[in-house]
Design a protein. Structure first.
Ligand code: MN
Length: 148
C-alpha cells in the first residue's frame, strides 16, 4: 500500500510541487500541479491543481474526460457554453471535446482534484475563429474577459 501524509499548505509528503505546464507554452496564470496518484492498474491519474487569487487554467479541449472535485476555495468554470460558480466539494465532469477553463474568484486560492486517463491525447487550443465563435455567447464572453 501507499500512504502519503498530508502536509500543511495543500501539499503531500513526497509529492513534487510542479508548474502547471511549461512556462510560455500556452496561456495560463498562477497555477501549480501535483500528481497525487498515477496508477497503471487504474489506467488513471489523480492530480491536484491550485491557482492563486488571480489564477486561471488554459482554455482547451481534448478527447479525454476530466472528473473534478473542488478541494479548496471557490471560482468559476467554463464547460462548453456554460459558466458555473463552483466551491469546495462540488463535483464537475468535463465531457470529451468540450472547451473548458477554471478561474479563481479574485482574492481566493482555488484548488481542485482532477481525475484523468493515464494515456490521453494532447489538449487543443482554440483557433482565432473558434475563439470568436465562443465569444458570441455573452456569458462565455464575460467569463473569458474575467468579468465573471
Ligand atoms: Mn483539460
Amino acid at each position: 500500500m501507499m500512504h502519503r501524509k498530508a502536509l500543511d499548505g495543500f501539499r503531500w509528503d513526497g509529492i513534487d510541487h510542479l508548474p502547471y505546464k511549461e512556462e510560455g507554452s500556452v496561456p495560463f496564470k498562477d497555477i501549480s500541479r501535483q500528481v497525487l496518484l498515477s496508477a497503471p492498474e487504474l489506467s488513471g491519474e489523480l492530480r491536484y491543481f491550485e491557482m492563486g487569487p488571480e489564477g486561471f487554467s488554459t482554455l482547451e479541449r481534448h478527447e479525454h474526460m476530466h472528473g473534478v472535485m473542488i478541494f479548496r476555495g471557490e471560482g468559476h468554470c467554463l464547460v462548453g457554453d456554460e459558466v458555473r460558480f463552483v466551491r469546495e466539494r462540488d463535483l464537475v465532469t468535463i465531457p470529451p471535446w468540450t472547451w473548458h477553463q477554471f478561474r479563481a474568484t479574485a482574492g481566493v486560492a482555488f484548488g481542485f482534484l482532477c481525475m484523468v486517463n493515464t494515456q490521453r491525447d494532447k489538449p487543443q487550443l482554440p483557433s482565432d475563429t473558434e475563439l470568436e465563435e465562443l465569444r458570441t455567447n455573452p456569458t462565455v464572453r464575460a467569463f473569458l474577459d474575467g468579468e465573471i
